[in-house]
Design a protein around this ligand. Structure first.
Ligand SMILES: [Zn+2]
Length: 331
């Protein structure tokens, strides 16, 4: 199976009433863990790279790791997605690398920190949609801002999405799917207690735009046992709470199709490596701690694929090509 446009994966998820996780990747072990989990659970999957990940891997290494995932898993629908593109340049670079999906986050200015005006968001998103659709590449936009900062992205200010504006934004930009701000937050230190999310926003937007797939960022659950494991073996993470899995399932029921998860993977990898360093201080073969970390990450992601309802949907449909998508967009 070639790379699949995210638009198809998410439209199928929307129609099927399940969620698809978008998991961040930076290195080989993470990609292998995600693909192992997708195989085990027979799940379609979105692997996504932040601008930080692309820089860390000097672009070309990540590109080939992603393509290796496709070659090694011909029976799984995989979309390769740019997370939080900040301008047309970053989107162009991702499309040149072979990504089948990009996000343009026009809710923030190019610095990824300053909250942008609605007009700015519409203009930059429209520009990206026009460019990306020429190649059949799917586009995610964002309206409203999340709390928290991750990979240098985030203003720290929360502005919830206004459903009226979401309808207007979709009409003006033509994005394929839309990230809503419903009170989640990027990074590990999301909340001090279980958050109350503005679930009504999802229901409201879904009712007004039943055909549009919706996205939830900052959706790690920050399981307390993972935080405890890191701290038990010498870590110093502060008290942190994420979005409980029940809330994510509720959000999926109300209309969320794409769920972004990064922090939980970081936690399980760190906890596993710390435990092995503590228990086997004589070990110095990186495979002996990166291997178990990869396995633990795969377990974690497989459980998310089951919880989100993605499991078992890998063979539901024949993949569309980017050429098919060009015809769909009429370009
Ligand atoms: Zn995000």
């Amino acid at each position: 199976m070639p790379l699949v446009p995210a638009r198809q994966i998410l439209d199928e998820a929307r129609k099927g009433g399940y969620g698809v996780g978008a998991y961040n990747v930076n290195n080989m072990e993470q990609i292998q863990a995600i693909m192992d989990a997708a195989q085990k659970t027979q799940s379609p999957v979105i692997i996504q790279a932040s601008r930080g990940a692309l820089q860390y891997t000097n672009f070309v290494y990540l590109k080939h790791l992603m393509m290796a995932a496709v070659e090694d898993n011909p029976d799984i629908p995989i979309s390769v997605h740019l997370d939080h593109g900040n301008n047309l340049e970053s989107v162009k670079k991702a499309i040149d690398l072979g990504f089948t999906s990009v996000m343009i986050d026009g809710s923030l200015m190019e610095d990824g920190k300053t909250v942008a005006s609605y007009e700015y968001n519409v203009n930059v998103t429209k520009e990206v949609v026009e460019y990306a659709h020429q190649f059949g590449v799917s586009v995610e936009g964002e309206l409203g801002t999340l709390g928290g900062i991750e990979d240098g992205v985030g203003s720290g200010e929360v502005h919830l999405t206004e459903p009226d504006q979401a309808v207007e934004f979709m009409a003006e930009t033509g994005v394929d799917f839309l990230a809503l701000a419903i009170g989640t937050s990027h990074g590990a230190y999301k909340f001090q207690e279980t958050p109350t999310l503005a679930m009504d926003i999802i229901t409201d937007v879904r009712q007004r735009m039943p055909e549009v797939a919706l996205v939830m960022h900052g959706s790690s659950s920050v399981p307390q046992e993972l935080v405890a494991e890191v701290n038990r073996y010498g870590g110093a993470l502060k008290k942190a709470m994420g979005v409980p899995i029940e809330s994510i399932q509720e959000a999926i029921k109300r209309g969320i199709s794409k769920i972004n998860v990064d922090t939980d993977g970081r936690l399980v990898v760190t906890g596993t490596i710390r435990r092995i360093f503590a228990e086997k201080p004589e070990e110095f073969d990186p495979r002996k701690y990166l291997g178990p970390a990869r396995e633990a990450l795969s377990e974690l992601i497989a459980s998310k694929m089951r919880d989100f309802g993605t499991a078992g949907h890998a063979r539901d449909y024949d993949p569309l090509s980017l050429e098919d998508m060009k015809a769909f967009y009429g370009v």
